[in-house]
Design a protein around this ligand. Structure first.
Ligand code: MSP
Length: 624
């Protein structure tokens, strides 16, 4: 059996995941699922990058060890992947003991072979940011990131002799046109390699400046540079996380990365593998950037889109579909709620959803809900359906997800048109056309089955639901074995459910609220909110929940409020604190405890900070 190994970057564990991270991971998931359906043995790896300055700093600010902090933050990623229906086979963390051992083993090997040497290193150091810049990077003697003055510093460090591999790397890229894709990115890497000297790579950090890293096995005064450690995850995972496989899992078929980290992969990682005498991966694919309503996503612009919110409002599969239908994989793409709603309404509700519901409804109406026996084979429909796999496969080999979806939609469009042309409703009125009606309905249902299977990698949940509506249970057939005529006459179809309800433009879908930034409110809307300053007089944990606290808050009168801040605050730290309360909120019960109001806090997930007035103000004072 052919093997297929695909990876995502390992994400910085201190980040809260956003749609950019989701984008990469869903892409890898689509590939993994597609290749499983082709009958390959698949290993799909994702994970988190947990060493380095930022993690160390964030942890110490919270009074946690870096590992404790990472243990909490990693759940954000795991939770999101679950909600997004990601089918990863393993999840690697660079703090795993096994990974650390592989990194040290590799360092020792390279050191013993003379591929790593110690040299003086000169650079510009930003003390508050605790990081080095090169002379080219600094701006008028200041740190390019924070703008504060930098100082020139010289220290000894270990270097991986990357420059030795420049020629070989250029040749490899020339000889293997699919090594770096898309082609524009490949050309950029070639430009980078051919237009200048390739330097050596500093792979150590003195432990006195950075302690949260993997110690160099040959010099305990240093830890490993995070990127050197991180890139090795792709290999170390094959040593302890991959299922046993006769041929071994290395090399990977695809590394999927964002364009921001192409150089580290195409240059650092490739040359590291060369120095180790290991095979290079089959392909490094650098996709484009997700922007939001035309702008770069950033915390300071406040436009970071939380994938969980999008899923809650529009559904996982609509989101997965949108990400890969709207823009060719490789180019930058824009996310906006309006564009998403437009796609849901046209492609999903109108084209696909309608097709499924029409075919099931007609089967119920004309054949009592049982798949009819066809009296002939519709050659055109059969040809189109059976030819789909080849066309989709060709697109998927180049990671052209958008084109693959377009191919699938040609069958959606064909079947909708087939219904309109054959007018089953007219056939049903003429008893002599009963056989023809059976063939027409069978053809549509069988076509829908082909669609469900081809859609499985992109929209796994909806694909399953379509199969359920066709009365099929059990695992979906593998793609290669899919044959026209597989749907058995006589199969009973259960009651259908709408797959993708239409969303009125400008209105939130049922049960949700307007996506961020879409619905502006007037001052009178704001006036409906009664915000008041309160003072916490009692606080205790609610049994059975690590998140919920029962508070008594003095607003002039005493209120019982249940607040979800138990992972951010200890009850005893809250007593006496001034807080801002939404005072006219309808009462609610949480874990059986009544809550009359809500505290305001800023932040995401468990990283919450209570809002408190900056000066002394009395209990019950209105906030406006
Ligand atoms: N830890 C490194 C990667 C090490 S891999 C050996 C890192 N992590 S990261 O958390 O910053 O994630 C980087 C990846 O997230 C990008 O390469 C890209 O795949 C994805 N994205 C992050 N922001 C993105 C967008 N705005 N748009 C699209 N993808 C983006 O770098």
């Amino acid at each position: 059996m052919a093997k297929f190994y695909v990876t995502t970057p390992i994400y910085y564990v201190n980040d809260v995941p956003h749609i950019g991270h989701a984008y990469t991971t869903v892409a890898a998931d689509i590939l993994a699922r597609f290749n499983r359906l082709l009958g390959k043995e698949v290993f799909f790896l994702t994970g988190t990058d947990e060493h380095g300055q930022k993690v160390q700093k964030a942890a110490s600010e919270r009074g946690l060890t870096p590992r404790e902090y990472a243990d909490r933050m990693v759940e954000n990623f795991r939770g999101l992947w679950k909600r997004l229906n990601i089918s990863n086979d393993a999840f690697i963390r660079t703090t795993d003991g096994e990974h650390v051992r592989v990194v040290q083993e590799v360092l020792q090997t390279l050191y013993d072979r003379g591929e790593i040497v110690k040299r003086p290193y000169r650079g510009w150091y930003c003390v508050p940011d605790e990081r080095f810049w090169t002379g080219k990077e600094i701006v008028d003697g200041n740190c390019p990131e924070c703008g504060r003055p930098v100082e020139e510093l010289e220290e000894e460090n270990y270097f991986f002799l990357m420059s030795r591999y420049r020629e070989r790397l250029i040749r490899h890229i020339e000889d293997n046109p699919g090594y770096i894709l898309p082609e524009t990115r490949r050309n950029e890497v070639m430009g980078f390699l051919t237009s200048r000297e390739l330097g050596d790579l500093c792979i150590s950090r003195p432990r006195k400046r950075l302690s949260w890293g993997i110690p160099l096995p040959f010099d305990e005064d240093y830890v490993t540079y995070v990127w050197f450690d991180a890139l090795l995850n792709y290999y170390s995972a094959t040593r302890y996380l991959a299922p046993p496989s006769g041929r071994g899992w290395w090399p990977a078929e695809h590394h999927i990365v964002g364009k921001d980290i192409l150089t580290t992969h195409a240059v650092y990682w490739s040359t590291m593998l060369m120095a180790l005498g290991m095979e290079l991966p089959g392909n490094i694919f650098a996709h484009g950037w997700c922007t939001v309503e035309g702008r770069k996503m950033s915390k300071s612009l406040g436009n970071v889109v939380d994938p969980l919110e999008v899923i809650d409002r529009y559904g996982v599969d609509a989101f997965r579909y949108f990400l890969f239908r709207e823009v060719p994989f490789g180019l930058d793409g824009d996310f906006s709620a309006d564009a998403l709603v437009a796609r849901i309404n046209s492609d999903l509700a109108n084209d696909l959803g309608n097709l499924v519901s029409r075919s099931v409804t007609m089967t119920r109406r004309y054949f009592g809900g049982e798949v009819p026996e066809p009296t002939g084979v519709e050659a055109e429909a059969k040809g189109l359906a059976e030819g789909l796999l080849e066309r989709v496969r060709r697109r998927m080999e180049r990671l052209a997800f958008q084109k693959a979806l377009e191919e699938i939609w040609t069958l959606v469009a064909y079947l909708n048109k087939y219904i309109d042309t054959n007018q089953p409703w007219a056939l049903s009125r003429d008893p002599s056309k009963r056989d023809r009606l059976g063939t027409v309905i069978y053809t549509v249902l069988e076509g829908v089955r082909f669609l469900a299977v081809h859609l499985r990698p992109f929209m796994p949940g909806s694909s399953e639901e379509i199969c359920r509506q066709l009365g099929l249970d059990g695992p979906v057939e593998d793609l290669a074995g899919l044959r026209w005529g597989g749907l058995k006459p006589g199969t009973r179809l259960p009651k259908p459910r709408p797959l993708f309800p239409r969303i009125k433009p400008g209105e939130p879908p049922a049960g949700g609220e307007g996506p961020e930034g879409r619905s502006l409110i007037g001052i009178d809307d704001f006036a409906k909110l009664e915000l008041r300053v309160g003072r916490v007089s009692r606080a205790e944990r609610i049994k059975g929940s690590d998140k919920l606290l029962r508070l008594e808050v003095d607003l002039g009168e005493t209120r019982q409020i249940v607040a979800g801040i138990g992972r951010a605050y200890e009850p005893e730290d809250l007593v006496g604190k001034r807080v801002v309360v939404v005072a006219n909120l309808r009462p609610a019960r949480l874990m059986g405890v009544e809550s009359r109001g809500m505290l305001l806090a800023a932040g995401e997930g468990d990283e919450l900070s209570l809002i408190t007035p900056e000066r002394e103000v009395g209990e019950g004072t209105r906030v406006r």
